[in-house]
Design a binder for this molecule. Structure first.
Ligand SMILES: *Cc1c(COP(=O)(O)O)cnc(C)c1O
Ligand SMILES: [Zn+2]
Length: 405
């Protein structure tokens, strides 16, 4: 027997053998991976490779030979003194996950799911994507020698399509929303036995994102932050970050995890979890037609929505939204203070961080970690409205000299 004890239904707690399975037969609840962790201590990880596979004994791959790695993870945790000063925070950190190999945090869940597909001996992989998961899955599929099928709404950014195609993926561009693409991917995955990383591989997929908790804890010297701001689409990442901190407490690497506060950030135009939170509901009402520049968060019917609401309650958190203008302002603020260029999803995090400080929900001395999950080079088209193109000048030093102070 390996380190995975069983899959367990999040709702009715029924246990299942850890196979290619993701939904409870009794109640249709999602299945989570439960482990028998080996004993670890702080030194276990200190001299390891600089990727999230440094935590391999806490991840759901039984044999290291099945790991498909493109070197993702162990991204910088920046002490954001300038941004902190402009917002009024003394202890602000940015987890800059925009610098992963495919330029978003999705390399974490996709890499774990593709590795598990290899362990299961599946013949092909794929995903339903709002943009970033397409490239993360396609790149890992290329490295792991899998054919790859991407299902995505047709209106996602050009760079994200070009990038995924370059890794050799079959790209199915769906005339509809993410939820339409997701439904089609689910049916095709089941009928063809394809490992759709975020659908029928979801139990394993979400395990990759918990490394966003492990790394932050290690980078802070094995401490728990007071406040965490997490951008939310399906809600899988926020839920996984909570699971990650809890697991570190269970192996005695952290204390007082219950004191942290989780803040969920969504864009206006697709903020079903924020709406439910503000109305004190325990279920999410889907948004039919998402409308936001933060396309990677444009999931109208979030799979983990109700679990995010539970996590916010558990961790005394909040949920807040930001509109397109606030997102663009936040992208520029982060770029001009910390030299980090993010896509709108990262702008949503920073804009919501600012609101939380302005509303007094974050104390100026709180150790605050803001997750920046995607790269601005993937979405340059959104910046054109707020930046002016440089005027083309004659190649004449005399004329150009006048432009420089
Ligand atoms: C997918 C994505 C998210 C949201 O993650 P979920 O697990 O769907 O909540 C956040 N930021 C970026 C850049 C993404 O691509
Ligand atoms: Zn169940």
């Amino acid at each position: 027997m390996g380190k995975i004890k069983f899959l367990q239904c999040r709702e009715c707690k029924k246990e299942y053998a850890p196979t290619f399975k993701y939904i409870c037969e009794e109640c249709f609840g999602p299945l989570d991976v439960c482990y028998d962790f080996p004993s670890v201590n702080k030194d276990s990880f200190s001299n390891r490779e600089h990727t999230y596979w440094r935590y391999h004994e806490l991840l759901p791959i039984e044999s290291k030979s099945n790991i498909v790695s493109i070197g993702a993870g162990m991204t910088p945790l920046i002490r954001a003194e300038k941004l902190g000063k402009s917002l009024g925070l003394n202890n602000l950190y940015i987890k800059n996950d925009s610098v992963n190999p495919t330029f978003s945090f999705k390399d974490r869940p996709a890499g774990v799911a593709v590795s598990k597909a290899k362990e299961f001996g599946l013949s092909a992989v794929g995903c339903a994507s709002t943009g970033n998961l397409a490239s993360a899955t396609a790149a890992h599929a290329a490295k792991g020698d899998f054919p790859c099928y991407i299902f995505a709404p047709s209106d996602i950014e050009h760079a994200k399509i070009t990038q995924a195609l370059s890794y050799g993926a079959n790209f199915i561009s769906v005339d509809g929303t993410y939820d339409d693409a997701n439904r089609i991917a689910a049916q095709i995955g089941d009928s063809k036995g394809i490992g759709i990383v975020n659908i029928n591989m979801r139990s394993y997929y979400v395990e990759g994102s918990k490394t966003l908790a492990y790394e932050v804890a290690e980078q802070l010297g094995w401490k728990v932050p007071d406040q965490l701001i997490v951008p939310v689409g399906s809600g899988a990442m926020l839920n996984a970050i909570c699971k990650g901190f809890e697991e570190l407490e269970s192996v005695s690497l952290l204390n007082n995890v219950s004191n942290m506060h989780m803040i969920a950030a969504q864009p206006h135009g697709c903020a079903p979890i924020v709406d439910a939170f503000k109305k004190h509901l325990s279920e999410v009402t889907p948004v039919e037609a998402p409308d936001t520049i933060a396309k990677s968060l444009a999931i109208g019917d979030p799979g983990d929505g109700q679990y995010v609401l539970r996590r916010l309650k558990q961790y005394n958190g909040f949920a807040e939204e930001s509109n397109n203008k606030e997102i663009l302002d936040a992208i520029l603020l982060l770029a001009k203070t910390e030299g980090i260029f993010t896509e709108p999803a990262g702008g949503v995090s920073v804009a919501v961080l600012k609101k939380m400080v302005d509303e007094g929900k974050i104390d100026k001395n709180d150790h605050t970690v803001c997750y920046v999950t995607g790269n601005g080079l993937k979405t340059t088209e959104v910046m054109m409205d707020v930046l002016s193109k440089p005027q083309v000048m004659q190649a004449d030093v005399g004329k150009i000299l006048a432009l420089v102070r």
